[in-house]
Design a protein around this ligand. Structure first.
Ligand code: B12
Ligand code: SF4
Length: 565
């Protein structure tokens, strides 16, 4: 199937879609015509839910055979699929390509896209529609650009927002022939988040499970769309629901669980102080309740088997909150992605992230996490307008001195839905450079290997200089000597080997396949990643504990009985 991917870049065209519709062997009949206000997909009267297979596809133009983190949406939508449709068929293309040829006419194909994999998603959708499938898109990119999926991705329908509640209705509409073009699903209340169906996980393919505890983030960073799409009001899931899912994963042999949250620390001490200063009683109560729930969750995590390891995403402000960090330690939250972004005050101003620290204060803050047993994955951005050639070495130095366990050095990419993107798009007007027919303001539609690495002209550095310097910082940080030194934080030799392999894997997956311009290097990185991924997966697996029980809210002893360690 790999050769069906147009890595070299064939953008789906209107002809593809029209041809596809004509070709489809119809059990379902599509009466879509361009410009129609509503799509009507009519099934033959004999079609019932049980005759339809629901496919859920996570697109990727690269497959590594093994995945690091389970793409949560696949298992959530599978769970939201009514039993009458039978067992949904899940494909994560980061493991292996989707078998479009195996599709039957009338099958439903749900495709979830973020901006980076939208093009591959459109290729799958177009091919699926050509085989007579009903194609439905969702995910953050489809939420931002529903018309694009309809125009270029062969979509019959697009879901904007959270799929948890609307998905069964969309499937019913598809069956009845009343499919709408666009569903405004919006933001689902936390009590309606659907738990994932982990029994559908393919065995031995992922290192980390993923469980969401909160959606939304009160901040407003300029390069991030989360606060706009997921909202600034944190929607926290019930503690019991979160714990039950984690337990389910541990029963299946997952010790490592990523808490797939936008921001695990949604209430800061500064927020509380501000509400107090303003004598805003209602706000103070609301914030205190949210904070109390976080502590309650962490107390429950602390009662889970002690061999469990959690990873989350957190803002740097948590470092000033000793009580919170003590609770994270007890909860076995041993790693967190911290958005450092920039090491200079000018850089932080560029990204509206004034709540972060710089210089020595930054080093101290990041070390505080480590001192509380939380390893930091520091996320840094290069290519900000205030960056200078010296910024690269200064960043590498801070990452070393702050003792971060992992780091990612990403090049500033204007993601749609962000403040940065809107300003950039406006600044280019009709003068955006084009690659082929595609303006750079639609960079995700440009074939992967031809995408620019740097989007906005920089005041003092050429694009290639930024790219080369960024690559050099990755090389520096992930040299074997440095990785080995950092691995000392782990408790056992097995953990140390896992740390080294994961570091190398991370670097191959994210740096060399993303930043390198030379296709030989990208292919080499891909081969390396595939090679390292298998032993890595083995090292992350634990003995399944099928009999593990939910600890009582007041701290049951039963759960510990089943755990090792
Ligand atoms: C956890 C996470 C990660 C993890 C794990 C990824 C994984 N394997 O799952 C890690 C750390 C590895 C990661 C990496 C990256 N991530 Co990330 N990540 C997230 C995060 C915080 C949560 C995702 C999640 O699991 N949510 C829980 C699930 C249930 O929600 P969901 O995916 O949104 O799905 C719901 C709806 O969207 C909808 N839906 C989704 N698909 C479909 C399909 C259909 C058919 C339907 C009907 C509905 C539907 O229904 C679902 C249930 O409600 C999001 C933030 C966010 N709010 O989305 C960022 C986010 C998705 N990541 C983002 C980015 C940019 C990245 C990176 C590129 C960062 C980088 N520079 O390296 C990489 C790219 C990785 C890759 N190649 O895929 C951006 C994407 C922006 C964009 N416009 O595309 C986000 C939105 C964060 C941000 N700051 O803006 N990420
Ligand atoms: S980057 Fe992080 S802190 Fe900033 S808005 Fe996005 S999720 Fe929130």
């Amino acid at each position: 199937m790999r050769d069906q991917r147009t890595e070299a870049g064939v953008l789906p065209t209107a002809e593809h879609v029209a041809g596809a519709a004509a070709e489809a062997r119809l059990q379902w009949h599509s009466s879509i015509s361009s410009g129609d206000a509503a799509t009507r997909v009519r099934p033959s009267p004999s079609v019932s839910a049980s005759a339809v297979t629901v496919h859920l596809v996570n697109p990727s133009h690269l497959s590594f055979g093994v995945g690091v983190i389970t793409p949560r949406w696949l298992f959530v939508l599978a769970s939201a699929t009514p039993a009458s449709y039978g067992r949904p068929h899940i494909t994560d293309e980061t493991l292996e390509p989707f078998a479009v040829d195996a599709l039957r006419s009338g099958d439903v194909v749900g495709i979830g896209i973020h901006t980076g994999n939208a093009l591959r998603g459109y290729e799958i959708g177009t091919l699926a529609r050509a085989r007579g499938a009903v194609v439905i898109y969702g995910g953050i990119h489809a939420t931002l650009y529903p018309e694009e999926a309809l125009d270029l991705g062969g979509a019959h329908a697009v879901v904007k927002g959270d799929g948890d509640v609307v998905w069964p209705h969309v499937l019913d509409d598809a069956l009845r022939g009343t499919l709408q073009r666009i569903y405004e699903a919006g933001r689902v209340d936390a009590d309606h988040f659907v738990p994932a169906r982990w029994e559908l996980l393919p065995k031995g393919r992922y290192m980390w499970g993923s469980v969401q505890t909160v959606r939304g983030c009160p901040k407003h960073c300029s390069f991030c769309s989360v606060w706009r799409t997921d909202g600034q009001t944190p929607r926290q899931r019930r503690v019991e629901a979160v714990v039950e899912e984690i337990l389910e994963l541990r029963r299946r042999g997952f010790r490592f669980v990523a808490l797939a949250d936008d921001n695990f620390y949604p209430v800061t001490l500064a927020d509380l102080a501000m509400a107090e200063r303003q004598h805003n009683v209602a706000r103070l109560e609301q914030l205190r309740a949210l904070r109390a729930e976080r502590f309650e969750l962490m107390e429950r995590l602390a009662q889970l088997p002690s061999d469990m390891v959690f990873f989350t995403q957190i803002t740097m402000e948590a470092a000033e909150d000793a009580a919170f960090l003590d609770a994270t330690r007890r909860a076995n939250i041993k790693g967190a992605l911290v958005g450092v972004e920039a090491v200079t005050p000018e850089g932080l101003k560029d990204v509206y992230k004034g709540f972060n620290d710089v210089g020595e204060a930054l080093v101290t803050r990041l070390r505080t996490f480590r001192d509380h047993g939380v390893g930091v994955l520091g996320s840094f951005i290069f290519g900000l307008p205030s960056d200078r050639p010296s910024t690269f070495a200064a960043t590498a130095d801070i990452a070393d001195r702050a003792g971060v366990a992992f780091a990612q050095f990403v090049m500033l990419t204007p993601y749609p839905g962000t403040v940065d993107f809107a300003a950039w798009e406006k600044s280019l007007g009709n003068n955006a450079a084009r690659i082929g027919d595609i303006p750079v303001t639609r960079h995700w539609l440009i074939p992967q290997d031809q995408r620019p690495k740097v989007y906005a002209p920089h005041p003092v550095m050429a694009p290639d200089e930024i790219r080369a310097r960024t690559q050099a910082v990755w090389d520096h940080f992930y040299s074997l000597r440095r990785i080995w030194a950092r691995s000392q934080v782990t408790p056992t030799i097995r953990a140390r080997i896992a740390f080294v392999l994961l570091s190398k894997l991370y670097r191959q997956m994210y740096a060399n396949t993303g930043i390198a311009t030379d296709s030989a290097r990208v292919n080499r990185a891909n081969r390396w990643a595939r090679l390292i991924a298998r032993p890595c997966q083995y090292l992350f697996t634990a003995r399944p504990l099928p009999d593990l029980q939910l600890p009582a809210a007041d701290g049951g002893a039963g759960v510990r009985a089943g755990a090792r360690g």
